[in-house]
Write a protein that binds this ligand. Structure first.
Ligand code: ATP
Ligand code: MG
Length: 584
């Protein structure tokens, strides 16, 4: 370590929001160049290369072959797939000296498809799986948390090419299994969750998430069965349809001064129901009100159109969840201009009774079940309507999972309570289908001489992100705590004595360990034992071997970084003890 290019820091970097960022900077693993742009220092690069090694080994094991594409891509290739426009501000665009447009690749579906099209033409060539480990560029709106969300980052992206649906399913399965081995070997605690496919369109789609409180992704897991989904894809149990036979006819109520759902509920429970002709009114809660939220949607190439979404009044609309389901159609809150174009919509008093007449598209959350009765707007200033029944007083155009999921919502599979947790997306497996093959005309000549369009899968792992996610999941209050496969070294040797003999013994032992194939970090710096111990904890090498006072009795101290367990072992057995620690 006296010659290692390393400076550990005592203080946290000012911009560090999460532990992994703090510790990777303090431990001298990475250094920031600009927002979302980082340099990897020797120790950091060792961890990064370990992640890559595990990924390469497991990709090879499923027969995927490595290639390497350029990051610099001509505009027309992304123009052909529509992503030059679709990627919007997240795409880094640049121009060459001849004024020709280029981009820096955010992912490489287009190039993989074109490459295979250029080389292969017969059904006999398939199936095929290719991957690369390469630097990607995305001008993320919020580069965050160090290398967790970078603007330049390393990704493993692979693609499978199959002739049939069954072939794609097998390729998808093989990748999913490989990912389980990759994240298992690297020492992750991970969950596989259902996901929606996002900007790429397609069917089967799952994410590998590392649960951690600082994760940006919210997901839902069942407390009973193995169902897990990200909040965009989650489905929750809904109550059974209701019989509305006993529900009174709907009535319009005067409800002045009820700007919020709380004030509306208060007014309902103090209402003169007898005067409204209702003999036995129920006690109302916010969950009995139907909130109608005005949004606008835009299909690719289309115009903005109004969409009203109805949810129980005690719930919020989850825009991310809606966006995930409507993709590639865009959705956002409607503005005053949108509302002004539809005078029939009375802000704050919108009720579904009128929407079909206005020809405004109306979708309800599945919690608004057939036969359920609601208090909702009466489409006039200061007026609400009660006992408005789905299927009797209004019929929505369809259903869409729109409510923000809560802890305790029920699992759609087994009805047990669901739990909300946060995680970091490590990887994504996704049955892409024929979208890119159709766009670029990737076909194979079948045995009957007819062309077959290839069906593809796309599979990503965030390599740089994995390093930070691992740090995030495994650190403790003293520092990093690398799992064995990812660690920059197997053992850190810490000679504490000031005498030359201790250092000489440490060097001899280091040589012996290296000779038996063990990766050693030797702290031969002229620093105090306190500094050396603190740095050993901070750097997080899994096994620490201390050569100190006990050396005169032929003893060294073996410490386990993770458990903190420490014991003296005879110097003569140090190598076999370290080997045993590595074997676990
Ligand atoms: P996110 O939702 O986190 O932005 P994504 O859905 O855009 O991710 P993909 O396009 O599926 O991600 O990319 C594959 C993998 O690349 C992700 O699972 C993630 O691990 C990694 N990744 C994506 N964006 C970044 C980034 N900005 N920095 C580091 N890694 C990233
Ligand atoms: Mg992204």
């Amino acid at each position: 370590m006296s010659t290692l290019f390393l400076r550990t820091l005592r203080d946290d970097p000012a911009d560090a929001e999460v532990p992994s960022h703090r510790l990777l900077v303090r431990g001298g693993y990475v250094r920031r160049v600009a927002p979302g742009i980082y340099t990897w220092l020797p120790l950091g690069l060792l961890v990064l290369r370990n992640v890559e090694r595990v990924v390469r080994e497991e990709m090879a094991a499923i027969g995927s072959q490595e290639v390497l594409f350029p990051a610099l891509i001509p505009r027309e290739i992304f123009e052909a797939s529509g992503r030059w426009a679709d990627y919007g501000d997240s795409l880094f665009r640049l121009t060459d000296r001849k004024d020709v447009d280029y981009l820096l690749g955010p992912t490489h579906e287009e190039l993989f498809t074109l490459l295979v099209k250029g080389e292969y033409s017969s059904y006999k060539d398939y199936p095929l799986s290719l991957y690369q480990i390469q630097t990607k560029f995305r001008d993320e709106a919020r580069p965050r948390a160090g290398v967790l969300r970078g603007r330049e980052f390393i990704m493993k992206d692979s693609y499978s090419f199959d002739l049939s649906e069954e072939g794609l399913q097998a390729s998808y399965r093989a990748h999913r299994d490989a990912y389980e081995r990759i994240f298992g070997r690297l020492g992750f605690d991970y969950r596989i969750v259902f996901a929606v496919s996002g900007a790429m369109g397609g069917s089967a789609s799952e994410e590998f998430l590392a649960p951690t409180p600082s994760g940006e992704d919210t997901f839902v897991q069942c407390t009973n069965c193995d169902y897990a989904a990200n909040t965009e894809a989650v489905e929750i149990a809904t109550p059974p349809a209701q019989d509305a036979a006993a529900v009174p006819a709907s009535v319009v109520l005067d409800t002045p001064d009820t700007p919020t759902i709380a004030t509306l509920v208060e007014s309902l429970n103090g209402y003169d129901w007898a005067a409204a002709g209702v003999a036995e009114p129920p006690t109302f809660t916010a969950a009995d009100t139907l909130k109608n939220v005005v949004l606008r949607t835009k299909a690719p190439g289309g115009e903005w159109e109004l969409l009203v979404v109805g949810v129980p009044g005690d719930r919020e609309v989850d825009m991310k969840r809606l966006a995930g389901q409507l993709e590639p159609v865009l959705v956002e809150q409607a503005g005053p201009d949108d509302l002004a174009r539809e005078p029939g919509l009375v802000k704050g008093y919108i009720g579904p009774q009128l929407l079909s007449e206005l020809k405004v598209r109306y979708l309800v959350d599945p919690l608004v079940v057939e036969g359920s009765a609601w208090v909702t707007g009466a489409n006039a200033e200061d007026k609400h309507a009660a006992f408005v029944v789905r299927g009797r007083d209004f019929t929505p155009d369809g259903e869409i999972g729109a409510v923000e999921i809560r802890d305790g919502d029920r699992c759609a599979r087994c009805d047990a309570p669901l739990q909300i947790a946060r995680g970091i997306e490590l990887g994504h497996v996704f049955a892409l289908g024929r979208k890119y093959a159709e766009t670029f005309g990737l076909t194979a000549l079948g045995p009957d001489g007819k062309p077959v369009t290839i069906t593809m899968g796309s599979y990503g792992v965030g390599i740089t992100r994995a390093v930070a996610a691992l740090a995030e999941q495994t650190h403790d209050e003293s520092g990093l705590c690398w799992p064995r496969e990812a660690a920059p070294a197997d053992v850190q040797l810490v000679p504490t004595g000031k005498d030359a003999a201790t250092l000489a013994e440490a060097e001899r032992l280091a040589g012996e360990l290296v000779a038996s194939g063990i990766r050693v970090l030797l702290d031969d710096r002229k620093a105090s034992p306190g500094v050396k111990f603190a740095d050993a904890e901070l750097l997080g090498v899994p096994t620490i071997l201390i050569l100190g006072r006990g050396l005169s009795d032929g003893l060294v101290e073996l410490r386990d970084r993770k458990s903190g367990e420490r014991r003296d072992v005879p110097l003569a057995e140090a190598v076999s003890e370290v080997r045993a620690a590595i074997a676990g």
